[in-house]
Design a protein around this ligand. Structure first.
Ligand code: FMN
Length: 310
């Protein structure tokens, strides 16, 4: 069983993926083990009409393989154009369609989770996309729209597995929103039913606690991959089960913010980095005092002064 870093918009950009990968390479002692990375989701509508807006999401470095580029939208022509362009012009290891996102602004475009509504049409799109590119094709989806949709969604995933090389399943329904138990058994049952050539990723709230639960680990060992999202935001060491010293953590934070500056200076990087620092310093003594200080800085020098005085 392998690990995957979940696609997370505004989090798993080129800078953070490199941090996660570097930590993984440093500590992973099993050469057969891989960490699968995903890009943030890339709008096919943006790719077609406003490339400047999405181009940062398509950046990656050679050391990030295996890396899958995730796209989203509802219009087949735009998805097809985007998938083909990415297939031909970028060296990603695969292309993933988002059948997951619950955000109202995405669903209003009939994209993301809304693709679970007309499953027949979505299956047709999946087949066309998969047939039209040379790279592996995958989807990321959920256990359904609500509890009464779970069985239909199960059949949808089984059928989609005929056209996909990989499927990530977030083991909760759309209606469960941010609460409710993950249905691990649903995913284990899927594993037995899907096309054996299609790999399966389990996703939902894998964290330090679940990773130390022997019962959970034994169950998921029957799956191909487990995907970690939120628990990895402040903890790139989660994939190698390391609890780093503060000195090591500080070096990583410093490297992370410098990489963010290198790749996306135009995104008001130091201000944006607040989302990471908030959780990175979670266990530091007087964390709230330092957080307040970090909230006021907007340049690297001041950031460094606070960081290296902790
Ligand atoms: C800030 C944030 C951004 C996300 N962006 C995406 C995205 O772009 N594409 C996607 O498929 N899922 C996205 N997700 C969902 C995660 O990939 C994952 O499915 C979800 O967080 C549940 O896994 P977890 O419990 O390990 O966090 C996002 C989640 C978060 C918290």
């Amino acid at each position: 069983m392998y690990y995957s870093l979940a696609p997370m918009d505004w989090i798993t950009d080129i800078a953070y993926r490199q941090i996660v990968k570097e930590v993984f390479e440093k500590y992973n002692d099993d050469k057969n083990k891989e960490l699968l990375l995903f890009t943030e989701f890339v709008s096919a509508d943006g790719f077609v009409h406003n490339f400047d807006w999405v181009k940062n999401h398509l950046l990656f470095e050679g050391n990030e393989h295996p890396i899958i580029c995730q796209i989203f939208w509802s219009n087949l022509q735009k998805l097809l154009y985007t998938a083909k362009e990415i297939d031909e012009k970028y060296n990603f290891d695969g292309i993933d369609l988002n059948v997951w996102c619950p955000a109202p602004k995405i669903m209003r475009q009939w994209a993301g989770s809304a693709l679970m509504i007309d499953k027949e049409n979505t299956l047709k799109m999946i087949k066309i996309l998969s047939d039209s590119i040379s790279k592996p094709f995958s989807i990321k989806t959920r256990a359904g729209i609500n509890s009464s949709d779970k069985e239909k969604q199960f059949k949808f995933i089984v059928r989609a597995s005929e056209f996909c090389d990989l499927i990530s399943v977030h083991a909760r329904t759309l209606n469960q929103w941010h609460s409710g138990e993950a249905d691990l058994d649903y995913v284990l049952k899927l594993k037995k039913r899907i096309n054996p050539n299609c790999k399966l990723i389990f996703n939902w709230w894998v964290n330090e606690e679940t990773l130390s639960d022997k019962n959970f680990l034994e169950k998921v060992s029957n799956l191909d991959w487990i995907m970690i999202g939120q628990a990895a935001i402040w903890n790139p060491w989660i994939f190698v089960w390391i609890n780093p010293s503060w000195n090591e953590k500080r070096e990583v934070i410093w490297k992370h913010i410098n990489l963010s500056v290198k790749y996306k200076w135009e995104r008001r990087w130091v201000v944006e980095f607040r989302k990471f620092i908030w959780t990175y310093i979670k266990w530091v003594k007087n964390a709230s005092k330092y957080r307040m200080e970090f909230m006021k800085v907007d340049n690297l020098e001041d950031f460094k002064n606070i960081l290296f005085n902790i």
